[in-house]
Design a protein around this ligand. Structure first.
Ligand code: PRP
Ligand code: ADE
Length: 170
């Protein structure tokens, strides 16, 4: 199955000049969604991971079923002000604005091997911030995975030294 059939291009969203990759058709097709979850599960089932860090918000949609299938703890990395316990924060730039990401300081243990999971890699700002955040609370980034990679934006540049994996590239 060609997953690109289920990824819709929306020009000028959320601001002029951005070609938004809409994953809602993929989410609403059970076979396509299942293919993505199976793919990521197979890719990481032999890896020695301690937890899956899920990036707010679209990353949650993929990370939760993958964590469930792998039998691993699911740790949310959230937009500011959403987590109730003691947090660590990291600010970064997005393709369409400024942002920050937060995790609970006890979300990841010292030396834990973590897989970061998100829906999409664009400039890489979000995932680069997430790697710093995980490391700042003592975790080790064992891998970074996304469903979609926008190669022209060269998000991998900010993730040098990490094992970055994408299912679909544009
Ligand atoms: O590689 P980058 O340039 O950092 O962009 C990628 C990020 O942008 C989107 O998140 P966004 O915060 O826009 O929205 P969401 O809450 O819908 O996931 C996307 O889900 C990635 O997390
Ligand atoms: N072009 C894009 N489409 C969907 N999500 C995004 N996040 C950052 N850039 C994006």
């Amino acid at each position: 199955m060609d997953l690109k059939q289920y990824i819709r291009d929306v020009p000028d969203f959320p601001i002029p000049g951005v070609l938004f990759k809409d994953i809602t058709p993929l989410l609403s097709n059970p076979a396509a969604f299942c293919q993505v979850i199976d793919h990521l599960t197979r890719k990481y089932e032999q890896s020695s991971l301690d937890s899956i860090v899920a990036i707010d918000a679209r990353g949650f949609l993929f990370a939760a079923p993958v964590a469930y299938r792998l039998g691993k703890p699911l740790v949310p990395a959230r937009k500011p002000g959403k987590l109730p316990w003691e947090t660590r924060s990291f600010e970064y730039s997005l393709e369409y604005g400024e942002a920050a990401i937060e995790m609970h300081v006890d979300g990841v243990g010292q030396g834990d091997k973590v897989l970061l999971l998100d829906d999409l890699l664009a400039t890489g700002g979000t995932l680069a911030a997430a790697t710093r955040l995980v490391e700042s609370i003592g975790g080790e980034v064992a891998g970074v995975a996304v469903v979609i990679e926008l190669t022209e934006l060269d998000g991998r540049k900010g993730l040098e030294g990490y094992d970055v994996y994408s299912i679909v590239q544009y």
